[in-house]
Design a protein around this ligand. Structure first.
Ligand SMILES: Cc1cc2nc3c(=O)[nH]c(=O)nc-3n(C[C@H](O)[C@H](O)[C@H](O)COP(=O)(O)OP(=O)(O)OC[C@H]3O[C@@H](n4cnc5c(N)ncnc54)[C@H](O)[C@@H]3O)c2cc1C
Length: 346
């Protein structure tokens, strides 16, 4: 007999402080936690919350809440990891949107499935990972992504999106543009290799492995190296409110890159594989413009990571947004480079 789902209880005026890693204390007019997609479908069919927008949240690690949220905030908590298919070489593994991303990555590493190990310790949940094609240490999810299932909020049909349909780019996807506000991502599937080829060329991974005397690293070694680098470099949101990189690294044409290199000798840059465009670290511009370690009230720029804006305790979302706008204006004035915000501002 098919299981019957009923709409879960919706709460009113709920503080969102525990649900965003910036630790901003605003409230949601309505709040509901959904453990199964059909619970949400039932809720929508009942039409009681059709008069407000619905804002989906996972771990709240890529959100800046600037005001009370006049919406139904839906905490997506679909659990479950399942193998869909496998061969001698690959495994196709699917995870529910509410699975904690780092737990999922560690599950794949424990099973010796390669491809996600460089993405260890990125905060948040599986369902949000495709939103901005999360990436770190030379890897993005698009490299091993197979497909996702998402609920079309208008038709209430579940649709399948493959890599092409997701239109992944650098911290970009279809769901941040034409698909924005139109889908609830329910699960994500990855095609992972059983015969590991590790990617160790990026950042400090090589140095950490060399320091440990590991010449032929396995995927667990790479995951552990990434975890230790991230722990030493990035502020833990449990200790200080933040959303990781606040801005994207600017990508510019080769002509613009030449202008910057001539004007600012020694400026660091990254060539982009398969493109003539050049990427520059946003943190360098922010640091050179004198913002690193800046603090105004409880809103600030991290003392070691200029790309990370922080809440020392009681900052409001508007104060952090205002600071981000001051930084953008100052970088534009000094370098002629517009910075783009990575964090979703609500
Ligand atoms: C310390 C720190 C380090 C970080 N490092 C990295 C990094 O290295 N690389 C990187 O790419 N990111 C990084 N991030 C950013 C963040 O962790 C990722 O963007 C993550 O994928 C966000 O997941 P979340 O579940 O917290 O999303 P949330 O913040 O809850 O939501 C983000 C967006 O997705 C939408 N959304 C969430 N779930 C769903 C769903 N199921 N269906 C539809 N829409 C949904 C939300 O409405 C919102 O617009 C970092 C953040 C922190 C705090």
């Amino acid at each position: 007999m098919p299981q019957i789902y009923s709409a879960p209880r919706v709460l009113e005026n709920v503080s969102l402080k525990p649900f965003n890693t910036f630790g901003i204390d605003v409230s949601a007019r309505y709040f509901v936690e959904i453990n199964h997609l059909q619970e949400y479908v039932q809720l929508v069919r009942e039409q009681n919350y059709a008069h407000v927008t619905h804002l989906f949240v996972g771990g709240g690690s890529n959100l800046l809440l600037t005001q009370d949220v006049d919406a139904l905030v839906v905490k997506v908590a679909f659990e479950g990891i399942e193998v869909i298919d496998e061969s001698d070489d690959f495994v196709l593994v699917k995870a529910g949107a509410g699975v904690v991303w780092h737990d999922f990555v560690q599950y794949t590493v424990d099973h010796h499935w390669a491809g996600l190990e460089n993405l260890s310790l990125i905060p948040g949940h599986v369902g949000a990972a495709p939103m901005q094609n999360i990436g770190a240490y030379g890897v993005e999810i698009k490299d091993t992504f197979d497909s996702l299932e998402a609920l079309n909020l208008e038709s209430l049909a579940v649709e399948r999106f493959d890599t092409k349909a997701c239109q992944f780019g650098y911290r970009e996807s279809y769901f941040k543009h034409a698909g924005k506000g139109r889908y609830l991502i329910a699960s994500v599937s990855f095609k992972l290799a059983k015969k590991a080829e590790t990617q160790t060329s990026y950042g400090a991974i090589k140095d950490v492995l060399a320091a440990k005397g590991i010449a032929n690293p396995g995927i667990r070694d790479v995951a552990n190296a990434v975890i230790s680098i991230r722990q030493s470099k990035l502020p833990d949101p449990k200790e200080i409110g933040n959303s990781g990189s606040f801005f994207k690294n600017p990508t510019v044409s080769v002509d613009e890159a030449t202008r910057l290199q001539d004007a600012f000798p020694g400026i660091p840059f990254y060539p982009i594989v398969g493109s003539t465009d050049v990427k520059f670290p946003a943190g360098w511009f922010i640091e050179q413009a004198g913002w690193k370690g800046y603090r105004s009230g409880d809103a600030g720029v991290h003392v070691n990571q200029a790309l990370v804006l922080v809440n020392y305790g009681q900052a409001t979302g508007s104060q952090i947004k205002e600071l981000s706008e001051q930084i953008k204006a100052s970088v534009l004035a000094k370098f002629g480079v517009p910075l783009e915000t990575e964090v979703n501002i609500i």
